[in-house]
Design a binder for this molecule. Structure first.
Ligand SMILES: Cc1cc2nc3c(=O)[nH]c(=O)nc-3n(C[C@H](O)[C@H](O)[C@H](O)COP(=O)(O)O)c2cc1C
Length: 195
């Protein structure tokens, strides 16, 4: 489990022309389906995008790696080969949006873990432009909340401990390796004094 979780990093450069089958993408959505859900209302629906033209249409609306200010995002040839749109179905939602977003965190992590187990990597994209909605006829009860970009990875990503100044910004070295600082266990375990 530790190895799989360590490997399940965010990837932003892919072997664009190596395609993922529709069946595999459906298997990944099935993993999202089986996650925990507040009040068990399971308010998320997923649209699988797995054709080259539609992928090209979606791409311009996505914002990549905010901390890498001089990188404009994946080039042609290294862009995602598939996307999964995560849509909140408000007619199924019983609790709050906060609960729904916890559910989406669980569901998307299930999906990305299952993807990495198959050698497929992904990137959650919350920073998409709202104009992406103009690409689709979205019924009133559905609301796009997250785009998951997927593909076979074409970059190296490593995790490391945050430096002493606690800078959590990911960075790329001169060899183009992407580094992701993670806070240490001692930093995140707190011991509150009892009253
Ligand atoms: C809810 C959420 C939204 C995210 N949105 C974006 C995004 O819009 N663009 C992007 O490049 N990365 C996005 N990411 C990826 C994070 O930057 C990434 O998880 C973080 O740098 C840590 O790297 P790791 O996933 O490899 O641990 C998002 C991640 C999460 C969980």
């Amino acid at each position: 489990m530790l190895e799989l979780i360590k490997k399940t990093r965010t990837y932003r450069r892919f072997a664009e022309h190596r395609l993922i089958s529709d069946e595999t993408l459906l298997e990944l959505v099935n993993l999202a389906r089986l996650g925990g859900s507040a009040r068990n209302c399971q308010p998320w629906q997923y649209m699988i995008i797995n054709n080259t033209e539609l992928c090209k249409d979606v791409f311009p609306y996505l914002a990549w790696a905010g901390y890498l200010s001089d990188w404009k995002g994946p080039l042609s040839g290294e862009q995602p080969s598939s996307y999964i749109l995560c849509l909140l179905n408000r007619s199924w939602l019983k609790g709050s949006d906060k609960e729904a977003h916890f559910d989406l965190g669980i569901a998307s992590q299930n999906l990305l873990l299952g993807a990495m187990k198959k050698g497929i990597a992904g990137c959650r994209i919350g920073a998409y432009s709202p104009e992406i909605n103009t690409l689709f006829e979205i019924p009133d009860n559905l609301e796009l909340a997250l785009v998951i970009a997927l593909g076979f990875p074409a970059e190296t990503v490593v995790i490391e401990e945050t430096p002493n100044d606690n800078d959590i910004r990911y960075w790329r070295d001169s060899g183009d390796i992407h580094h992701v600082p993670k806070r240490s266990l001692t930093d995140i375990v707190v011991n509150l004094k009892q009253r």
